[in-house]
Design a protein around this ligand. Structure first.
Ligand SMILES: C[S@@+](CC[C@H](N)C(=O)[O-])C[C@H]1O[C@@H](n2cnc3c(N)ncnc32)[C@H](O)[C@@H]1O
Length: 434
């Protein structure tokens, strides 16, 4: 059996559905077919498959619990592309989040541009795709986590969370970490490129102009690590607390993961430094081997697509917020944004203007179609969709069909832990071609 025979065995679902009717997504049988193909022995000579499995394992080294990430879907998505015979050298990952699709593409030798408007994905991307020498050494980190160097750099941003999200000592730790970053590396943080090619630089001191500095990339990594630590220890799954990710203090301390331990007790372990270093070494080697390149843009998707400077690519991957409880990333990651900017997100202009674009059911379809309308330049569209979205699969399908005649859908039966208990949330991957 080979790859094409699996593909040929699939019914041509598109021709089975009249244009006015949404195509019935493939049944779970299709997933079983895909599962079966994970057995390398079925694919004698299918080197790409073995490679993508290996790359997937490398990506799994990373601590990824970003809301809406496609880590568990990655192999299915990649195999869907292979099975459908999509040829591409360049990828635009338009809502990159945890960047797993960008990592996979880059390690598979593609040229990749990733984009995301929020800060945590931006810091993750500039850190992990950046030069590995920027990954801090243990001693760099110990200095940032050590005694406060210059208290005048402390703006006490964490004080507001005391008792609700963090203990008094944890707040001190968070304040002092941030203050030491400023003392050692200056007040600027590099967060990627804007659409017009200028650098996106964040100032850690509210009201101070954000300037390019030598230490700004070190600050990106330091922030990425501390936010990863918070992600790992304070996002306990289950319900959101006050519509955001960090759990209520008592709940988190009682949680089996923490067993009463506070965030500063073993910080390096939960920043996953060893794994991050290992990942960066392999990523660099794979990049050299495959010849792929990477660029990260941090802007609103509509700004990017309408700028006249939109990335060129053969394939665009669209994984916007779906709607439902997990669509308002500014709310979910409010605490992270506040920690970075030192002010509430409602004072961060680009978040106010654009980051809530996909947060409401009203107008969701229009927003989605506006994005599609600007994607004409991309030959193939890959779209992730979750059945808990604001729009139904039928609506999404109809929207895509307005622009593209050839649409294939893969259904993946995957279980996520939703806020109210364990729920089933089928994932759909839509491939649209001209
Ligand atoms: C479902 S997540 C993407 C997950 C990603 N594919 C992964 O595997 O981690 C949606 C992403 O869209 C980003 N986003 C929301 N509004 C945006 C906008 N207007 N422009 C660009 N990115 C946006 C969010 O920050 C979030 O990271």
């Amino acid at each position: 059996m080979n790859l094409s025979s699996v593909s040929n065995n699939e019914p041509d679902l598109l021709t089975e559905c009249p244009a006015s009717q949404p195509r019935k997504p493939p049944s779970k049988k299709r997933d079983r077919v895909i599962e079966a193909t994970t057995d390398g022995s079925l694919f004698v000579g299918a080197d790409e498959f073995c490679n993508s499995q290996e790359v997937n394992d490398i990506i799994n080294l990373l601590p990824i619990c970003y809301v809406g990430n496609k880590k568990r879907m990655l192999m299915y998505i990649w195999r869907f592309l292979e099975e459908e015979g999509v040829r591409f050298d360049t990828v635009f990952d338009a809502f990159s989040g945890s960047c797993v699709f960008s990592f996979m593409s880059l390690m598979m030798g593609k040229h990749v541009v990733s984009n995301d408007i929020m800060s945590y994905p931006s810091l993750l991307a500039v850190s992990l795709f950046g030069p590995k020498k920027m990954c801090p050494s243990d001693s760099d980190l110990l200095r940032v986590m050590g005694d406060e160097i210059d208290p005048s750099n402390n703006i006490h941003v964490a004080d507001q969370w005391e008792g609700m999200f963090f203990t008094e000592k944890e707040c001190k730790f968070l304040n002092s970490y941030r203050s030491n970053m400023i003392s050692l590396y200056g007040p600027s943080v590099f967060a990627g490129e804007l659409t017009d090619g200028r650098k996106k630089i964040i100032s850690l001191v509210p009201g101070c102009e954000a300037k390019e500095t030598d230490g700004m990339r070190s600050n990106s990594f330091m922030l990425y690590l501390i936010l990863t630590l918070l992600h790992q220890l304070c996002f306990t799954g289950g319900r959101y607390f006050r519509r955001q990710l960090i759990a209520r203090l008592e709940y988190r301390l009682d949680h089996i993961r923490n067993k009463g331990e506070e965030i500063y007790s073993k910080p390096m372990d939960f920043m996953w430094l060893k794994e991050i270093r290992q990942f960066m070494n392999i990523l660099e080697a794979k990049k050299e081997e495959g010849g792929g390149t990477h660029k990260f843009v941090s802007d609103d998707i509509m700004n990017v697509l309408t700028s006249g400077n939109a990335p060129s690519a053969d394939l665009v991957y669209l994984d916007p917020p779906y709607g439902g409880l997990s669509s308002n990333y500014v709310e979910i990651y409010r605490l992270f944004e506040e920690y970075i900017y030192g002010v509430k997100p409602d004072r961060v202009q680009h978040l106010v203007d654009h980051a809530s674009r996909f947060k409401k059911p009203a107008g969701y379809r229009e927003q989605f179609e506006e994005v599609l309308d600007q994607c004409d330049r991309y030959e193939s569209w890959l779209i992730s969709y979750n059945e808990r979205s604001f729009a139904s699969l039928e609506q999404i399908y109809e929207s895509v069909r307005r622009f593209r005649s050839r649409v294939d859908i893969m259904e993946t039966d995957i279980k996520y832990r939703y806020r109210k208990g364990t729920g089933k949330g089928n994932e759909f991957t839509i491939l649209a071609r001209q």
